[in-house]
Structures are given as structure tokens and as C-alpha cells.
Design a protein around this ligand. Structure first.
Ligand SMILES: Nc1ncnc2c1ncn2[C@@H]1O[C@H](COP(=O)(O)OP(=O)(O)OP(=O)(O)O)[C@@H](O)[C@H]1O
Ligand SMILES: [Zn+2]
Length: 539
């Protein structure tokens, strides 16, 4: 967000004092506390996207707009760090590199403000796509953004909101992980007031919308329908399973894809440039010509990053830009702390720092156990977990669970596997295992990470300790085999086993000769399989 001219002055909506944009939020907090104004629980401020409001002047919070007789003045972020984001996105030569890396995570500072810097997702945002057309027309329908972590859902929501600035639209953020039904009601109430009194529309961004329960989803349903709020929901889970169908039918689902390696490289390059890091080409041992403006003052180190390191990072972060950018940040910070090259190394001065592939890997490992959620590792680890439980090794089972969860695996993915395991490997040896697994799945669904980790740990331990039986699993496999190998048309259902709800069917002999078991004292002699299969055994 380039800011032409001097510091922007904004008016406090509470006391009408004019202040530099950077200070408005700190001021407002004090001002509002004194006045005890209508204030949402403040939860949205703690949500994962703590920097959500940073680079976007229009992202005023509901508490601010509660006062506004006019469209709220632009408000900026909440902390001193917000200046970083402003500076960083436009490259900030007067700041030293450690200063640029300080404060908020690099991923937040690099959040694109406009479509220009938004990388990838061309299927939904390319020329002539619906979303692009609507953006041009400043007409935003309610949408659900569905995509893997770190692919740009939140960012896109912000861009959409920014785009609606022209109509003075408000943008309110809730995170379904911690917002209550009351928070939702509050937002709706304010939206209704704004619409009635000032003709201002409200965009409500709900992060992780699949975490909202039915009641919460129902709360905003009618208001989405009548247009009081435009809903932008973000979810990593398949909306058809996780979102109430009435709500789903009122929203367009936009599917975002995991970022490609190329897309990741360009996101990383943008960060590298804005940090003033120079790229060291593979072949030539000289810095690239891509215009990075390295270290400012003489005492400041000049930082180089190998091309190879960038591509490794782009490969390892599994399409998650947050992991990629924060991995880069850690690598740079670690090298700044320890990595001054000895004078003369690679023909350089002592004040030069090289970031190589191994440093990047270290950086990633620290922020994120190397774990590829979609590829090899994902399947290897779940398989190791399954086999350890099957082998009743509780230690190993718990270890593999930890590897996955700490690596960022979706807890519901693990929980689904446990449900399957409870039946496939434990079965009737302990039918309660299935209850345990389904309960664990539900629990994970309600509370999400990190709280749900202990549920999974409990369930995994239960599964490992439980007696095992594959009796049912095997029997059912035989049934499938039997059906698959059957030659010719499948035998008809014996007439006596058919239900005869109509006269016609009765006339056709349906149900004829059927012996209703409760009517008999003795065990009933009766065939339940087609004649052709008489005597077949699956158990
Ligand atoms: N398509 C993109 N183009 C440029 N930068 C991106 C893109 N996607 C993500 N980023 C970067 O990654 C950071 C995290 O992205 P964002 O918060 O939008 O992901 P998300 O899909 O909402 O993830 P989550 O599901 O984990 O909340 C952003 O702050 C931004 O710096
Ligand atoms: Zn004030």
C-alpha cells in the first residue's frame, strides 16, 4: 500500500481528534475503553490473522464503526509494527534488515494489498473469470473461499473488501474458531443499523467458517439472503460436508488451489526484494541484476541468497505461502545472528552473509517439522501410525501421531483414519472403539487444533491397546469378492424375502411363504440367500 505524501491524518470517530494514521488504533483503544462504547468481545483481534487489518485502511473494526455517523476514517493496524508492512511492501531502504524482520511474521507483512501482487489462482481470478468481472463491477456476491492453508484465502478476502471501498462498504472480520453466536448477532445488528441509517453495506469475513456450528450458521443465513451482509467465508474443509446446505446454496464456492512451486518462487522473490536481499545465481558467483537494493549503510551486512535455496524453499513449503515466507524469515534471522562469513570467503568481505539451501532447510525445520502434507510424508506417516496401532505399539503410535500433528496435518484427516481403524482392525473384538473414534472425530471438529491434539492422543492410545479382530473386515471382503466374481446376472431376491406393500405385488407372490420369526417358538428354518448361493460362508 504505497502512501503518497506525508503521514495521513485520520479523525478519531469517538473524540474527533485528528491523529497520524499509525497511532489511531492505540488511541482508539484508550478512547473506547474510557467511553465503554459498544465493543465486540475483542476476539477478532486475537484471531490467527492478527495482522488482518494492517495494510488495509478500510478494515475498520466493528467497534469503530459502531460510532460512525459517516463512513469511518481509515484506520491502520494495531501496533507499531504496522509501519513495517507499509514500508516492506514498497521496500524500505532506511530500515536495517533486522528491523524489517522484526515484529510481525514476514508472511503477514508481505500480504498483498491488491490483485497485482496476488500470485496464482488464475482459474478463479484470470481474465474473464466471474470473480474478476464482479470485482471490476464492484459487485461482490457472498462467497465461500475453499482452499488449502496458506494459499491466499484471507488475502483474497481482503482484496475483495478493499475493492468494495468505493461504495464505502464496511469490512468486519470474525474467526469461527472463537467467535460466539452473540458476536455474530452483534455484527448483524450493526450491519442492519449501518444499512438503514447510512446505506452502507457490510462484508463479513468469517475465517475457518466450517468451525461454526449449525446454530451460528443459521444466525446469519437470513441476513445473507436479504443482503444485509455479504458473507465471505474461508475454509480448508470441503464445504459440501462442513457447511450447512441452506447457507451453501446462497454462496458461490470459489476453489483456490495449492500454490505451485513457481507461484511460491515469485512470492518468495517479492519478499527477498523487499528485504533487500541479493540473489546469487547458480552458475555465476555474482549477484543478479534484478535490481535488489542490498544493505544500506556500510556497517550493515549484505545478504545473499542462493537461487537453489529459494527453489528448495518453494518446493518444501507444500504450496503454503505462510510457511514459505516464515521459513525464509527464520533462515535470514538465524544467519544474521550467526552467519557472518569469514573475511575472504567466496571472495567476499566479512560483512557478507550467504544463505544456502541448508540454512533454509534449518529455518523450515524450526518453524515447521519437515512434513509434506500432500505428498509422500503424509502417506508414509499415516501408514506408520496405522501399522503401529495394529501392532499394538502405543509408543510408536503416539510418536507418529505427533509427527503428523506437529507437522501441521489436518486433525480431521487423522481422526477419519482412526474411525476406519476402529472397524477394520478392532471390529467386534471391542465395538466401543468405534464410538471412541467417532467421538474423537466430532471433538476435533468442535475444537480444532491445538486443543484437539489430546483427543487424538487418547484415541490413538485406546486403539493401540485395544484387542484386535479383522473378522468382519475379512468377511466383508469375501462378500465383495463373491459379487465381483459372479458370472451372469445376479440372482434375484427370493420372493419370500420381498416386501409386499401393494396388492399387485402380493399378487405377484412377493412375501409369500415368509416366516415371521417372532411368531415361532422353535428356530425357524428359512433360506435368506438366493438358492444359487445356498451354503456359502463369509465367516
Ligand atoms: N496467492 C498469493 N499471492 C501472494 N501472497 C500470498 C498468496 N497466498 C498467500 N500469500 C502470502 O501468505 C500469507 C498467508 O496467506 P493467507 O492468510 O491469505 O492464507 P490462507 O489461505 O487464508 O491460509 P489459512 O487457511 O492458513 O488461514 C499472506 O499473508 C501472504 O503473504
Ligand atoms: Zn479519540
Amino acid at each position: 500500500m504505497a502512501d503518497p505524501g506525508g503521514p495521513e491524518l485520520v479523525r478519531c470517530p469517538v473524540c474527533s481528534q485528528e491523529l497520524p494514521a499509525g497511532r489511531i488504533n492505540a488511541h482508539l483503544d484508550g478512547c473506547l475503553q474510557r467511553g465503554k462504547r459498544m465493543r465486540l468481545s475483542g476476539r477478532e483481534e486475537e484471531e490467527k490473522e492478527s495482522g488482518a487489518t494492517i495494510a488495509f485502511p478500510l478494515f475498520s473494526k466493528p467497534k469503530i464503526e459502531a460510532d460512525g455517523a459517516r463512513p469511518s476514517p481509515p484506520t491502520r493496524g494495531r501496533g507499531a509494527e504496522q509501519d513495517d508492512s507499509q514500508g516492506l511492501a514498497t521496500s524500505c531502504p532506511q530500515k536495517s534488515m533486522p528491523e524489517k524482520l522484526d515484529g510481525k511474521p514476514l508472511a503477514d507483512k508481505m500480504r498483498p494489498c491488491g490483485l497485482g501482487d496476488y500470485v496464482g489462482q488464475s482459474k478463479v481470478l484470470g481474465e474473464n473469470t466471474l470473480l474478476r468481472t464482479l470485482l471490476h463491477a464492484h459487485e461482490i456476491p457472498s462467497v465461500i473461499l475453499w482452499g488449502p492453508p496458506g494459499c491466499g484465502k484471507t488475502t483474497l478476502a481482503h482484496i475483495i473488501a478493499k475493492n468494495s471501498k468505493k461504495n464505502g462498504t464496511r469490512f468486519v472480520t470474525l474467526s469461527a474458531t472463537n467467535a460466539t453466536t452473540n458476536d455474530v448477532r452483534e455484527v448483524i445488528k450493526q450491519a442492519q443499523n449501518e444499512l438503514r441509517l447510512f446505506k452502507r453495506k457490510t462484508i463479513l469475513f468469517v475465517d475457518e467458517i466450517h468451525r461454526f456450528n449449525k446454530l451460528q450458521q443459521d444466525t446469519f443465513l437470513p441476513h445473507v439472503e436479504c443482503g444485509t451482509v455479504t458473507l465471505i467465508g474461508a475454509t480448508t474443509e470441503n464445504p459440501s460436508f462442513e457447511i450447512n446446505s441452506a447457507l451453501l446454496s446462497r454462496c458461490r464456492v470459489i476453489v483456490l488451489e495449492k500454490l505451485s512451486v513457481e507461484a511460491m518462487e515469485s512470492i518468495l522473490m517479492r519478499a527477498i526484494k523487499s528485504l533487500g536481499i541479493r540473489v546469487l545465481k547458480q552458475d555465476a558467483h555474482s549477484d543478479s541484476e534484478d535490481g535488489s537494493s542490498g544493505g544500506g549503510s556500510r556497517s550493515e551486512p549484505v545478504v545473499y541468497i542462493e537461487e537453489k535455496a529459494i527453489s528448495t524453499l518453494a518446493h518444501l513449503c507444500d504450496g503454503d505461502a505462510r510457511i514459505g515466507l516464515n521459513g525464509l524469515q527464520l533462515a535470514v534471522q538465524a544467519r544474521l545472528a550467526t552467519g557472518r562469513a569469514p573475511a575472504g570467503a567466496k571472495g567476499s568481505l566479512g560483512n557478507v552473509i550467504f544463505i544456502q539451501e541448508e540454512h533454509v532447510k534449518e529455518g523450515l525445520q524450526r518453524s515447521h517439522i519437515l512434513y509434506d502434507r500432500a505428498g509422500e510424508e503424509h502417506y508414509n506417516c499415516i501408514s506408520a501410525l496405522h501399522k503401529s496401532m495394529r501392532g499394538s505399539d502405543e509408543n510408536a503410535s503416539l510418536y507418529w501421531l505427533g509427527r503428523m500433528l506437529e507437522g501441521g496435518e489436518n486433525p480431521l484427516y487423522v481422526a477419519r483414519r482412526l474411525v476406519r481403524f476402529a472397524s477394520e482392525d478392532i471390529g467386534l473384538a471391542d465395538p466401543l472403539a468405534l464410538n471412541q473414534a467417532v467421538a474423537a472425530y466430532q471433538g476435533c471438529h468442535f475444537i480444532g487444533m491445538p486443543e484437539c491434539e489430546v483427543l487424538l492422543a487418547q484415541c490413538v492410545t485406546y486403539m493401540a491397546r485395544a484387542p484386535k479382530s479383522i473378522e468382519v473386515y475379512q468377511a466383508y471382503s469375501k462378500v465383495k469378492e463373491c459379487l465381483k466374481n459372479h458370472k451372469g446376472p445376479l440372482p434375484p431376491v427370493p420372493l419370500h424375502l420381498r416386501n409386499a406393500p401393494t396388492k399387485l405385488m402380493k399378487g405377484l407372490g412377493y412375501g409369500k411363504g415368509y416366516k415371521y420369526n417372532p411368531m415361532y417358538q422353535e428356530p425357524v428354518q428359512q433360506d435368506y440367500l438366493p438358492n444359487e448361493l445356498k451354503g456359502i460362508k463369509f465367516f
